[in-house]
Design a protein around this ligand. Structure first.
Ligand SMILES: Nc1ncnc2c1ncn2[C@@H]1O[C@H](COP(=O)(O)OP(=O)(O)OP(=O)(O)O)[C@@H](O)[C@H]1O
Ligand SMILES: [Mg+2]
Length: 470
């Protein structure tokens, strides 16, 4: 098993390495040489067009290699951002590179990815780039005939690429087999080439798939692996073919022939390995070993985005699991992955968690992920350890009922009653306090009015006395 795909390993390094496409070379190479001679050709851009997998990108790379050109590349998704085209490509097209480069080549790969509506700006920017460039601009496309690409067609030298003729493809594939030390039948090679209709990339990929699965390439094996390659298995069919595979290639085919994504595929197999192998501890152990290997590899793929490890993942999951068994196991009752069912069941809960995180994030000016990672666990801990205190926090944070339920879990009832108590108490206390205050005020008022009336009486009596004296 080799980690490097053969389409990479056997990529042409020089113009001569590029299989066929003589016409294209005859046009493109002199055009590049003109650039290098110091007098740019009349058309400053070239548009390489033709079916997939026939060497368009490869020829550009080979030219860069051979003529020491620094390749400045943009793909279709960068085209969407007009600013990016202007900034990167324009700078690239006007500045001279440092040694050892002798020049630059701007590669705009797959321009037919531009949409007729919405990418007009990008087309205009590319035209502008072609106008200003001091270095060759090379575009590629499978189908350059869209109306919206017309300005690009007109500005460029059109270079057609043809499907690779059978004889040329055959000798190329045979050379690879020789290089790899793999036994190949000519009929098998022809079958592969026929199937791929002049797409050399697809043919090389098929050749590698058969060679890796069987260690040799015969017509029967090629048919067995490739004929049904595009058939999509249901998860149940996948399990059937995986657990009852006699050969590694069958198991591998099983796991690569579903349309499950890589995570879900893992869940399906992980769910059912214990069921299928559960009656034999040794087989079960070996099956789980294979699963854990697959999981480690997949973790690495995701962490480092290293997709060249994908074949190893499939090998661990497919042949690894299938060949873990040392004896026949009768068909177990397989089931839908628990985790997926669980996810469906917990959909509501996850929704609440999201709301809660958003709520806390807003209140405490932190990110949602901080709220999830730090605040929610803390709150939920407090809810378990000290429901009364948690109730106060819940009120202060204005958590709604479902949030409280989510955090308090089994303490929900307790917390709820504390919350009620807390939210009732202030009113009662207030009432009491208000009454007390009222009471005090009343007393004071009475005292004052009494004083007043006393004073009045005194005053009255004084007046009387005074009058009597008079
Ligand atoms: N003419 C060729 N000579 C040698 N190898 C080739 C040729 N065509 C394709 N290949 C092999 O197939 C791979 C893919 O080819 P390439 O990227 O050049 O195709 P393309 O024509 O640009 O296809 P697409 O239109 O899909 O971009 C290369 O890495 C190389 O291994
Ligand atoms: Mg290409």
């Amino acid at each position: 098993m080799r980690a490097v795909p053969w389409i990479i390993k056997y990529r042409p390094r020089s113009v001569e390495d590029v299989v066929d496409q003589e016409k294209a070379k005859e046009v493109l190479v002199p055009w590049i040489k003109k650039w290098l001679s110091g007098t740019p050709p009349e058309k400053k851009a070239a548009l390489l067009w033709g079916p997939p997998g026939v060497g368009k990108t490869s020829l550009v790379e080979a030219i860069c290699n051979e003529y020491k050109l620094e390749k400045i590349e943009m793909n279709a998704s960068d085209f969407r951002r007009k600013n990016d085209i202007e900034r990167i490509a324009l700078a690239a097209a006007t500045k001279k590179p440092l040694p050892p480069w002798k020049g630059r080549l701007i590669l705009l790969d797959e321009v037919d990815g531009l949409s007729p509506r919405g990418d007009e700006g990008a087309v205009a920017a590319i035209l502008e780039l072609i106008k200003k460039t001091k270095n060759p601009v090379v575009m590629t496309a499978n189908d350059p005939w869209g109306q919206h690409l017309r300005p690009l067609r007109e500005a460029a030298l059109l270079v057609e690429f043809k499907r690779i003729p059978k004889t040329k493809a055959r000798s190329f594939l045979l050379k690879i087999c020789e290089e790899e030390g793999v036994h190949c039948e000519k009929e098998a090679i022809d079958y592969i080439i026929e199937k791929n209709k002049g797409d050399l990339r697809a043919s090389i990929n098929d050749l590698q798939a058969v060679a890796e699965a069987f260690g040799k390439v015969t017509l029967d094996l090629a048919k067995a692996l490739l004929a049904e390659r595009d058939r999509v298995l249901t998860p149940w069919e996948m399990l059937q073919q995986l657990f009852y595979a006699k050969y590694a290639w069958q198991a591998r085919k099983a796991v690569t022939s579903t349309d499950l994504d890589y995570d879900t595929l893992f869940l399906w197999i992980a769910e059912n390995v214990p069921k299928q192998y559960g009656d034999d501890p040794y087989d079960l152990w070996r099956g789980l070993e294979a699963l854990s290997r697959a999981s480690v590899i997949y973790g690495r793929i995701k962490r480092k985005m290293n997709w060249s490890l994908l074949p190893y993942y499939f090998n661990a999951l497919g042949p690894g699991v299938a060949l873990a068994k040392t004896k026949y196991h009768k068909r177990a009752r397989w089931s839908y992955p628990e985790r997926i069912t669980l996810l469906a069941k917990t959909k509501e809960v996850r929704k609440i968690r999201e709301e809660l995180a958003a709520h806390l994030a807003r209140l405490s000016h932190v990110s949602k992920s901080y709220a999830k990672g730090e605040l929610i666990p803390l709150l939920s801990f407090i809810a378990q350890a000290n429901p009364r205190y948690f109730a106060r926090l819940a009120l202060g944070l204005r958590l709604n009922d479902s949030m409280v339920k989510y955090l308090a879990k089994k303490n929900y009832a307790k917390v709820k009653s504390f919350i009620e108590e807390l939210s009732v108490r202030p009113a009662e206390e207030g009432k009491k306090e208000a009454q007390e205050i009222l009471e005090e005020l009343k007393e004071e008022y009475q005292k004052k009015t009494k004083e007043k009336s006393n004073k009045g009486r005194e005053a009255g009596e004084g007046l009387l006395k005074w009058l009597k004296k008079k």
